[in-house]
Design a protein around this ligand. Structure first.
Ligand code: AHR
Length: 371
């Protein structure tokens, strides 16, 4: 009953202007350009007396995680588990959905059935959510979305994650400047995309393809590697056979795909990286990814920040305290490169804003600091 009151108040507040922020430890920015995730609406909790577990009981949280497909994902799980801990008064029920959308919907329904206090979702795909989020809303359970976006429903209280289209635009802007600096006239590109239908894949593809189109680059092929090392390797093995001697760029939509692609190029005798014939671009900037940038095997790596656990905790604590929370919070995401030949890149981001971004040349300290 208490949660039902809370949900009613939150629903009523959905269209109000945000009042209280909950900044991101990774440098989140609520004023960053909007993604397709939704508008600037505000979610508001009821007063402290009506919030779940406001009487000092343990707060129960169900977390439907995407899976365990990448180093990034491991860092995300570790971050959420560390923040939503017993020490912080939370009983976390964690479900690894193994990249299976049906399993993820079922996990959320089980959380509703169990009447948890909050549900955290990292959505595998961006659509198909409205029915189950309506069920959570009807049950009075606030839903917090992290990392990837939900694009067909606004029935969640808060989202914190990445501006994926900006990540793709970043890769395109960097490649344009890098090719000019190196005097490379023709770009023949192979693309290995992430999980089809995930907002990470949709945004990175959209952003990078804007440059393919505007610069007239040649996209030879694009296939999914499902954000896994095995997927990246399998796709690249087939590319090495089909496009032998015809490509000079491979863009992988995460580090693990890049590791697999690199293994495939090595096996096929293709030279790559700073001293090779093929420019390698990646996303995530996890520890092993930045090590490959330092080793000059990956030319550029665009960070996707997985450390959303502290933000989740702040959102839950704010709701518990009857405060309003921001509907969306963007992580800050630096750009990492192997060579010290370009200081910064200017580009127009997804909200049409002209931005100049510094390029960070990776050293051992940067690798140590990574996740
Ligand atoms: O949603 C974030 C993406 O998912 C990361 O780029 C990737 O590594 C992960 O699997």
């Amino acid at each position: 009953m208490k949660k039902k009151v809370l949900a009613t108040i939150m629903a009523a507040a959905m269209s109000l202007t945000m009042l209280v922020g909950c900044g991101s430890e990774g440098g989140g920015d609520a004023t960053a350009p909007e993604t397709d995730a939704g508008g600037e609406a505000t979610a508001e909790a009821g007063d402290a007396g009506e919030a779940p577990a406001a009487d000092g009981d343990v707060i129960t949280v169900g977390f439907a995680q995407v899976g365990h497909e990448s180093d990034w994902r491991t860092a995300s799980t570790t971050s959420v588990k560390a923040a939503l801990s017993n020490e912080n008064g939370i009983d976390l029920q964690f479900v690894d959905c193994d990249n299976d959308s049906a399993a993820q919907l079922e996990a959320v329904r089980n959380f509703i059935e169990q009447d948890v206090d909050y549900i955290v979702i990292d959505p595998i795909v961006s659509t198909g959510w409205d029915t189950v989020l309506t069920e959570a809303d009807d049950a009075g359970i606030p839903v917090i979305v992290i990392d990837r976006t939900i694009d067909d429903s606004d029935k969640y209280v808060s989202w914190v994650g990445s501006e994926f289209t900006n990540e793709g635009l970043a890769a395109g802007a960097w490649l344009k400047a890098y090719a000019e600096a190196k005097g490379i006239k023709e770009l023949n590109i192979l693309e290995i995309t992430g999980t089809t239908g995930s907002s990470a894949e949709i945004g990175r593809t959209k952003g990078f393809h804007q440059y393919i189109d505007s610069e007239g680059w040649n996209l030879l092929d694009s296939q999914t590697g499902d954000f896994t090392q095995e997927g990246g390797q399998t796709v690249m093995e087939s590319y090495c056979k089909s496009y032998a001697g015809k490509f000079n760029v491979v863009i992988c939509q995460n580090d693990n795909e890049a590791f697999g692609a690199i293994d495939a190029m090595k096996a096929a005798g293709v030279s790559y990286g700073v001293d090779g014939d093929v420019i390698v671009i990646s996303f995530d900037a996890c520890t092993a990814g930045l090590q490959k940038v330092l080793d000059k095997e990956i030319n550029a790596d665009f960070q996707c920040n997985p450390l959303q656990g502290p933000d989740c905790l702040k959102i839950i604590q704010a709701l518990q305290g009857g405060q309003t929370v921001e509907k969306q919070t963007f992580m800050e995401e630096p750009w990492f490169v192997s060579e010290d030949i370009l200081k910064d890149i200017s580009y127009k981001n997804n909200s049409g804003k002209d931005v100049t971004e510094p390029l960070i040349v990776v050293d051992a300290a940067k690798v140590d600091e990574a996740y």
